[in-house]
Write a protein that binds this ligand. Sequence first.
Ligand SMILES: Cc1ncc(COP(=O)(O)O)c(C=O)c1O
Length: 480
Amino acid sequence: MTRAKIPDQGRETEELLAEMASFEEGDANWRSGRTWSLVYHAGEEHSALLKRAHALYASTNALNPIAFKSLKRMESEVVEMSAELMNGAPGVVGTMSSGGTESILLACMAARERAGVRRPEIVAPKTIHVAFEKAAHYFGIKLRLAPIGRDMRADVRAMKRLMNRNTVLVAASAPQYPHGVIDPIEDLAAIAKKRGIPFHTDACVGGFMLPWIEKLGNDVPKWDFRVPGVTSISADIHKYGYAAKGASVVLYRDMSYLRHQFFVSTNWPGGIYASPSMAGTRPGGAISAAWAAMMSMGEDGYMELASKALEATKRLRAGIDAIPGLRVLGDPPLTILAYASADPDVDIYAVADQLEASGWSFDRDQNPAAIHCTVNANQLEFVDEYLTDVRCAVAEVKAHPELIGQGSAPMYGMMARLPLRSVVRKSVLDVMEGLYGSKGSIDLNDLGAGEDSGLLMRAARRYGGRVLGLLNHLDARRRR
Ligand SMILES: Cc1ncc(COP(=O)(O)O)c(C=O)c1O
């Protein structure tokens, strides 16, 4: 395998672009509506606008707002529009960041700085986005995760029990990613407020969807700045805000919270340095494309897409509920849902393999094992086709119990259920090394099957089917 190298002579623009376009061939088929994750697509016309808006400022850098007043203006307006949408008073402030994870990292770090306690802790339900675990890992914070109820929402009493003098932040989601349900934000924020603890609503996926669903006349529990105890919110414009990737906002009730997010160095030989977020260089294109997305979409555009996505989700949910052997988890009120097996003879990861073979892309949840769908407006016309494939997949899995031991099902099943999490972690690290090591040590088309894909994954492929079959039946007996 030859190693990539900068060509001796620069290549022709058109030839290069054509070659790059061909790289896309093996990618998830997101334009066609067969991808239930990762991409939020508002149509080709909107994509074309994003590209042009991004290109206008692609080389600019928002690290210096004085040098790029244009970017400062657009970032401020994006923050203001977001704060207004989330019912923030004029004192609500914030910044843009590169995405949900960065917004969450910033909110956690600012809460830690503000509190100034020696052993900082954050309390959240176990369904909170993994970016909180990352923040805890990066910033030396202890993350205390509370159990959830049968409805998959945060258990308020369990969360309350975990709060103490070291708690620098309480957090919950609107909605959480794994099952698309909204945590009881009002109750949790009230408890946090009473104890003088800041409260963060992670609305990364819901921030630019929930307001439209509410405006469409649906009942939506309160989660934004209307809730008195909510002190910060993360919301991603690159999700249902339909911006180009790399755009999120982190908002705070007032400057007394935001100021702890800023980084200032006064002694560096390169000069006095001040930066509002994690990144040094802050890509102007992400800011300009986010501004353009909001301006061109307008309330009417967002409402139309929200209404279609909601309709698609309702149909999807009704269709899944009607398939014997499957059940939707919780009562997801918006455009994200997950469905699991309700029959020991239906291994959901084996169903997932069948669906993937039919060209659908999606995420797999664990504990409980489930198939995850993030629904976009452009999927309205594909829901029936998808449901037909789900029905076929379930029938196939029931008719062929040996499928539980084939494809990726045993690997996902074992990875989710093995009690020795350190072994799972080591195995995943092996895969990461394979992915980011020298080219070719892992074949992306056959992840988990290759010789270098980790001992656990190889064991899962060999024995996983039998182990999972047994575990499924034990589960079923326990439920009876
Ligand atoms: C609820 C929630 N929070 C945070 C994130 C992290 O966002 P990102 O992937 O942009 O870092 C996600 C991503 O799906 C999410 O659903």
